[in-house]
Design a protein around this ligand. Structure first.
Ligand SMILES: Nc1ncnc2c1ncn2[C@@H]1O[C@H](COP(=O)(O)OP(=O)(O)OP(=O)(O)O)[C@@H](O)[C@H]1O
Length: 344
């Protein structure tokens, strides 16, 4: 497999090559020129989306917007409604209420045209179990008038040695990478990536991140669902956190992690500490809590006296506070505060 630091092609993002080795005249910019014609139109617009299963409301009035050529990461705990939302956008499910437009198209009524213009990476591969990796990719390429070179993609994603292996005998990581290759081989204008690096080792993950970054660099719009905060922080232009079918926060990763951070002190210590004495030691108006077991938060203006008060309290109860920090908030912190839950 190539390393992430050695790009799949030196000719720029997603450029494939003619058999003689010269760069193809058209990169996936052949796709993006179409996208630029519609530059004013969001690649994806979801308004007031509602979907229930029996008496369970999976999506409860959701709004989303994805700017062309950008990457939106949809985050949420298990059961938040991510897959349902994405499947409605892809046209696999119908909505109960609301409006969905993908590349300006209605995913149900204009599904044939949509299918030609999007790429979908499904969790679990979505491939024929007996088909060899290479056959599977060539089959996907055959649906497109102007596919990327399958050999180049197999190489870029480190699948050359697995090319003749039947899908069911590929490792989980190889299946994931093949699934990504199948989603992008047709030079889609927009791709839906559902947990694209789930189960990959660190190296394979970097390779996939690089491919995703190149897609976006090429003007492809990407909707990514993930449970990995570092993945969202690394790749996303915009993050939407959903919980119980509703948006609970959205913004750039920097927006979300800086919002209110100067008013928070966080530290890690044994779970379940009695915070009543700390509350008494702090000036009036400061809040302290344990958003998740072992992770503590003091909210209020963090002047120099506050960390000193916290460490003095820890010393008094004979507890060592680790990872004491001010003004740094990860997306994980934001997520935990908003949903009270870990991603998985
Ligand atoms: N076909 C279905 N029938 C009944 N309930 C469903 C169906 N699909 C989803 N749900 C329910 O709708 C809610 C949202 O599910 P969804 O799969 O969209 O969440 P998710 O955010 O993708 O979760 P995960 O991270 O676990 O994949 C859950 O409570 C789920 O049990």
């Amino acid at each position: 497999m190539r390393s992430a630091t050695s790009p799949p092609s030196s000719d720029g993002p997603m450029t494939d090559r003619h058999p003689d080795g010269s760069p193809a005249a058209r990169t996936s910019a052949g796709v993006t020129s179409g996208a630029s014609r519609r530059a004013a139109e969001p690649a994806l617009r979801v308004e007031g989306l509602v979907k229930s299963f029996g008496d369970r409301t999976a999506v409860d009035g959701l709004d989303l917007e994805l700017a062309p050529g950008s990457l939106l990461a949809l985050l949420g705990p298990n059961g938040a409604g991510k897959t349902t939302t994405v499947e409605i956008c892809e046209g696999f499910q119908s909505a109960d209420a609301g409006t969905v437009r993908v590349l300006g198209l209605d995913p149900r009524r204009e599904n044939d045209e949509l299918r030609r213009r999007i790429g979908v990476m499904l969790q679990g591969g979505g491939a024929y179990p007996g088909a060899r990796a290479e056959e599977m990719l060539r089959l996907c390429a055959a649906y497109s008038a102007d596919p990327l070179d399958p050999d180049w993609l197999l190489d870029a994603l480190g699948l050359v040695d697995a090319a003749r292996t039947p899908f069911r005998r590929l490792s989980g990581g190889q299946q994931q990478r093949l699934s990504l290759a199948c989603a992008i081989v047709g030079r889609p204008e927009m791709v839906f990536l559902d947990e694209p690096t789930a189960g990959l080792d660190a190296h394979a993950r970097l390779v996939v991140w690089e491919i995703i970054d190149r897609l976006r660099g090429d003007g492809v719009s990407v909707l990514l669902t993930t449970h990995l905060m570092d993945e969202a922080e690394e790749l996303a232009d915009h993050v939407v956190i959903i919980d119980r079918g509703r948006v609970v926060a959205d913004g750039t990763p920097a927006d979300l992690t800086s919002r209110g951070a100067e008013n928070e002190l966080r530290f890690t210590a044994p779970r379940g500490l009695d915070l009543s004495l700390l509350r008494l030691a702090l000036p009036e108006g400061y809040l302290c809590s344990e958003p998740t077991p072992g992770n503590y938060l003091v909210a209020g203006a963090i002047v120099p006296q506050i960390p000193a008060t916290v460490t003095a309290w820890c010393a008094r109860i004979n507890v060592l506070a680790t990872d004491l920090r001010v003004e740094t908030r990860s997306l994980e912190d934001v997520f935990l505060d908003l949903t009270g839950r870990a991603l998985r």
